[in-house]
Design a protein around this ligand. Structure first.
Ligand code: GRF
Length: 217
């Protein structure tokens, strides 16, 4: 088995990063986390990556006059670690079309909503305001338009009476930590791939059954 060399790009606490590092520590996982790169020197995730023995790099966007300069510096780090694939995990910089196109089909993101609902920020608050009864998270390939890329995997959670932004976020993040490793495995072992702007899956699945919310319904 060839393990693909993956970089995780973070800006913050890095809890999804930890879930990917833990999954990739299993010998049968088809990817190895070869680099954690942060655009913020104070990202808490950096210490967690170092503690796990993963190479880390800081490319501070404030130290670069333009987005292109910043991304050139990131590309240099990625090349020096021979990175084949990028996972964005709470990476809070908008990427230029040029960078996204260089990594087309080789860069994925996790987003805390059931896309295409709630692109952008404050997803949990907006879901509560709309009164939806199901919410969740999505892993998708990255395209130039924000949070608009082809969908690889989604997880659904119920929205329950008296949910707050915090309680809903807590329910969703538990699923994010399961979904991201699952999606990365599918891409790296050849179960899912990008073709003509859509995700293709190599295996069928049994689509019987349905999901309900609230769960007691
Ligand atoms: C997650 O909710 C993820 O979906 C979003 O940013 C958050 C990052 O959290 N893109 P963490 O740094 O992985 O804990």
């Amino acid at each position: 088995m060839t393990r693909r060399r993956v970089a995780i790009l973070i800006s913050g606490r890095g809890s999804n990063m930890v879930s990917l590092i833990e999954a990739a520590s299993q010998p049968d996982f088809p990817a190895e986390i070869a680099l954690v790169l942060s655009n913020r020197p104070d990202a808490a995730g950096l210490e967690r990556a170092e503690a796990a023995g993963i190479a880390t790099a800081i490319v501070d966007h404030k130290a670069h006059p333009t987005r292109e300069d910043f991304e050139r510096a990131m590309d240099a780090e990625l090349a020096s670690h021979d990175i084949a694939f990028i996972c964005l995990a709470g990476f809070m910089r908008v990427l230029t079309d040029g960078f996204v196109e260089r990594w087309a089909g080789r860069m994925v993101n996790i987003h805390p909503s059931l896309l295409p609902l709630y692109r952008g920020t404050r997803t949990h608050r907006r879901a509560l305001e709309d009164g939806v009864l199901v919410h969740g998270c999505t892993v998708h390939f990255v395209v130039p338009e924000l949070d608009a890329g082809p969908i690889i995997a989604q997880a659904v959670v119920p929205v329950v009476p008296d949910d707050t932004e915090e309680s809903l976020a807590a329910r969703v993040i538990v699923q994010e930590h399961k979904l991201y490793p699952h999606a990365l495995r599918m891409i790296c072992d050849g179960t899912a791939w990008l073709e003509n702007g859509r995700v293709v899956f190599s295996k069928g699945w049994n689509a019987s059954g349905s999901l309900h919310s609230p769960t007691s319904a």
